[in-house]
Design a protein around this ligand. Sequence first.
Ligand code: PLP
Length: 348
Amino acid sequence: MSYFRPAIDAMTGYVPGEQPKSGLKVIKLNTNENPYPPSPKAIAALQQIDGDALRRYPDPFAYEFCQAVSEVLDVPPNWVIVGNGSDDVLNILIRACAEGRDRKVVYPSPTYVLYRTLSAMQPAEIVEVAYDDDFQLPITDLVAAKGSVTFVASPNSPSGHLVPLDDLRKLASQVSGILAIDEAYVDFAEYSAISLVREFDNVIVLRTLSKGYSLAGLRLGFGIANPQLLSGLFKVKDSYNVDAIAIAMGTAAMRDQEYKNATAEKVKVSRRSLTQELKNIGFKVRESHGNFVLATPPQPNAEELYLKLKDAGILVRYFNQSGLSDKLRITVGTDEQNQILIESLMNS
Ligand SMILES: *Cc1c(COP(=O)(O)O)cnc(C)c1O
C-alpha cells in the first residue's frame, strides 16, 4: 500500500524553472524575475527590522500591507487577502472551492501550470479549454465547463497576451462559480481588470510582488475581492501565512509606486528592443504584455537551442508540451543581458 493518497500518487509535482546555485554566473531568463533590484525603500525597511520583535507572531491579516494596497488600488483594506506569494492565494482558492467532479477547476490553456498541479492535489476535476492560435478567450466553452473556480491569467504566461476587459466582464457575468483573474504580470501591461471586483461579487483579482516589484524571493502576493468572497478563503488560510519581514518590506515596496513604475517602464522598453532583435535573427515573436516573450526560433529544434544556451550559461524556459514545444519563453533581462543572449543565438 502506498503511503500517499491516490491523488498524490497519480499526480505530477510542479516543476519550477531551475534556480542555479548561488555563485554560478548565469544569465537567468527562465522564471520571469525582474532584472532590477527592489525599491531602496523596501531594503531600508529590511534594515530597520527589530530582531527582538520577531519573537512575536506576525499579524495574521497583514493589515499594514492591506492598508498600503488599499491606498494604491483604491479598494477598502478588508477587500484584500495576503499570501505567501500569489501561489499561496491560488492554493487557498482551490482548497476552499474545488473538489472532485462536482466542483471543477476550469481554465484556458496553455497557461500557468500550477493551476493544474493544485487541482490534481485537491483532487478536483480539471477542464482545460484550448486557446486558439490568436488567443481569443474561449468564453462559451469556459462557461459550459461549469467550474467552481475559473482561472484566467491576464497577461497570460507563456503567451504574453492580455485579455480584453469586455471578454473578462462577459465571462464573469456567465460563469457559475468564482472567476479568478491572475494579474501576476499586470505591472507590465496597459490595463488591469481590477474594476471588475466591484462590478461582480464572484470575481477575485490576484497580484504578486514577485515580478513588477522585484521581490520573488520575499514571497508576497495578494487577492482582491469583496469581503463575502474573502470570508470563505480566510477559513482556509494558514493563520500566519505571511511573515513579519515580508509584511514590512512589502508595505514599503507597495508604497513606492514611483520606483516600481520606473522599473517596469525600463523592462517594457527592453521588451520592445528584445522583440525586434529576435525578429531580426529570424525568430517569430508574439507581442507580449508581460516581462517575457514567447519566441519561435527559425531552426526546428527549440529544445536543442535551449540546451545550447544553457551550456553557454544562459537559462531560458522550454516547455515540452503540445503547442509550446517549438518555442522558448525568454524573460526580458537588462539590455546588456539581452544583448549577450542575442549574440549567443547568432552563434548557435
Ligand atoms: C509568477 C506567477 C505567479 C506566482 O507568483 P508568486 O507570487 O511568486 O507566487 C502566479 N501566476 C502567474 C501567472 C505567474 O506567472
